[in-house]
Design a binder for this molecule. Structure first.
Ligand SMILES: Nc1ncnc2c1ncn2[C@@H]1O[C@H](COP(=O)(O)OP(=O)(O)OP(=O)(O)O)[C@@H](O)[C@H]1O
Ligand SMILES: [Mg+2]
Length: 149
């Protein structure tokens, strides 16, 4: 049976960053985190907090001209990847290695809008956590974290 999700509410972007940092403490190199939630729900904000905790010093922003961004992290994590598949209708017409650049044994990967790539992601890496963010009015967000293992 799937484990119950950990359900929390945050009241600011800062709190969501802190939740991301907390989540990062449970991750190991090779892990992939899938992040669902509507536009503006706070997916990138959560990734920003997680990336900081993992040693990323560059500013973490939404990838614009590519599907993802790779940041140097702190050993034993060589890289943090941030992938956003929002603009991708299908992977069928894409280079098969499109996602391979962002997933690997020395990397922790966060994927926003993962649906279109879920099968490929699962083949390339180890999905250990699924996060879902939901608008709860104003600056409040409900955030569920579910371990896949
Ligand atoms: N509790 C909260 N948690 C996260 N973000 C919040 C919260 N309250 C307000 N915000 C604001 O909501 C916005 C969230 O933007 P963010 O880019 O993180 O969302 P997103 O889910 O990645 O959106 P997109 O689907 O466009 O990529 C930011 O402007 C942030 O400051
Ligand atoms: Mg985003």
């Amino acid at each position: 049976m799937a484990p119950e999700p950990d359900r929390r509410e945050t009241r600011s972007a800062d709190e969501t960053e802190r939740l991301g940092a907390e989540l990062a403490g449970r991750l190991a190199p090779g892990d992939v985190v899938l992040i669902d939630g509507e536009l503006g729900a706070g997916k990138t904000t959560l990734v920003r907090g997680a990336a900081r905790r993992l040693g990323v010093t560059d500013p973490v922003t939404s990838p614009t001209f590519t599907i993802g961004q790779r940041y140097r992290a702190r050993p034993p994590v060589a890289y943090v990847s941030h992938v956003d598949l929002y603009r991708l209708a299908s992977l069928r017409d894409e280079d098969p290695d499109l996602l391979a650049d962002y997933i690997g044994p020395d990397t922790i990967t966060f994927v926003e809008w993962p649906d279109v790539g879920e099968r490929e992601i699962a083949e390339l890496g180890r999905v250990t956590q699924r996060v879902r963010l939901v608008h709860a009015g104003g600056d409040r967000r409900t955030i569920e974290v579910r371990s896949s293992s």
